[in-house]
Write a protein that binds this ligand. Sequence first.
Ligand SMILES: [Zn+2]
Ligand SMILES: [Zn+2]
Length: 189
Amino acid sequence: MNAVFLSMPDGSETDISICTSCGAAARGRTNFDISEKCCTCWECGGPLTAEEKKHPGHYHAACDRLRRGKMDLARMENAALVENYNGPVFADGVRGGQDGYFRSLDELQDALADYDETAPCLEFAYCCTVSPIRINLDSVLEQITEEAYEDAYEDIKGVGELQESVDKFNATNAEIQTWNADYTRKVKV
Ligand SMILES: [Zn+2]
Ligand SMILES: [Zn+2]
């Protein structure tokens, strides 16, 4: 907000600028804005206290929340709307699921209906990518031979049989899944 270039005793200007609020210096003509923005909130332009500079840093706490809210909103707006989606959904902050994850849109709607007080107003939820848990035998073998002698990986025997068992294991446990919010796709709640 208040930055100046330092001058030499003879009055000639240097390329070192300082923030007049805290005295922090930045070298280089192109870094003048570092001094300018030093003790200033990047959201509203108002002055920051030393505490706020440390946390959340660069922003007033309220401005930081506002800014994050705007980013969340923009992300949701940009996500593609999916029709006839069948799968888990993510709705951050909604109670009753697992950290915002719900098995289906129905389950999310049930959770919203279960609120005693006013439920969060929700227009959309994110779709999820679904990956079954699985053992990757190659990476397991690489891992156990990592510290062994060179080319030990090639000397391992019984890999074919083990691979068959692993395939069976992976197929048997395909129902156990990991869900991850896909911020590029959304469904209407
Ligand atoms: Zn400063
Ligand atoms: Zn601010």
